[in-house]
Design a protein around this ligand. Sequence first.
Ligand SMILES: Nc1ncnc2c1ncn2[C@@H]1O[C@H](COP(=O)(O)OP(=O)(O)OP(=O)(O)O)[C@@H](O)[C@H]1O
Ligand SMILES: O=C(O)c1ccc[n+]([C@@H]2O[C@H](COP(=O)([O-])O)[C@@H](O)[C@H]2O)c1
Length: 208
Amino acid sequence: MVFLSALGIMGGTFDPVHIGHLLAAEWVRSEFNMDKVVFIPAASPPHKDEGDMTPIEHRYRMVELAIQDNPYFEISPVEKERKGKSYTVDTIAYFRERYPDKDLYFIMGTDSLLSFPTWKKPELLVTLCSFVVVSRPGYVIPASFWEKEGLLPLLQPKLYILEMPGMDISSSEIRERIKQGKSVKYLLPREVEEYIYKHSLYRRSYDV
Ligand SMILES: Nc1ncnc2c1ncn2[C@@H]1O[C@H](COP(=O)(O)OP(=O)(O)OP(=O)(O)O)[C@@H](O)[C@H]1O
Ligand SMILES: O=C(O)c1ccc[n+]([C@@H]2O[C@H](COP(=O)([O-])O)[C@@H](O)[C@H]2O)c1
């Protein structure tokens, strides 16, 4: 039996999931020799306006379709099923309890790291897992970020910064392109693209 102990957790709004997300998860998995990466679509992302957000059922299904060909990728409904805001500290506490012996790594892009000090209970969160931050075109960590007192000394020992091939892709750009009738081919998996057209996502209000 192979002993595998590192688990990656990739949270996101995934509206829709795209190849930037998938590459980040696979890059980190491979670099850290993780046994799997669990994708967690957030039902109610704390920092995002839910007004025009696609219903979680669609976003969740698109992630299922996107990861189906990668045996190392899984999806969890933990935030889909939880009421209220999808706070990462609650999600990681759940995984910590479920996998007491595993090293947990929360995977995120540089933009997420920059907002990290404003997340719910960041001082508790840093005690529950480590963090892998992947590079993202357009986002740099300013020197002043490292000068913040209080949280940073706690975060830094648990933080890994990883360069990955730059993917200047965002869900918002994909949504905008679809709205304008432009191609999104190769920006996301074909199955996800087909799902979007089949359900007329990003063009009108949605029925689940
Ligand atoms: N192109 C990318 N390169 C690296 N990391 C990314 C990329 N796109 C998203 N991420 C990271 O994936 C996580 C989930 O991102 P999210 O679902 O909000 O996608 P997004 O493309 O940033 O969406 P939106 O454009 O709607 O804000 C975040 O931690 C984010 O930093
Ligand atoms: O817990 C928080 O306070 C918190 C605040 C902002 C973002 N997050 C998480 O960070 C991940 C990326 O967020 P987003 O908004 O870029 O999709 C996702 O899993 C969010 O739930 C978490």
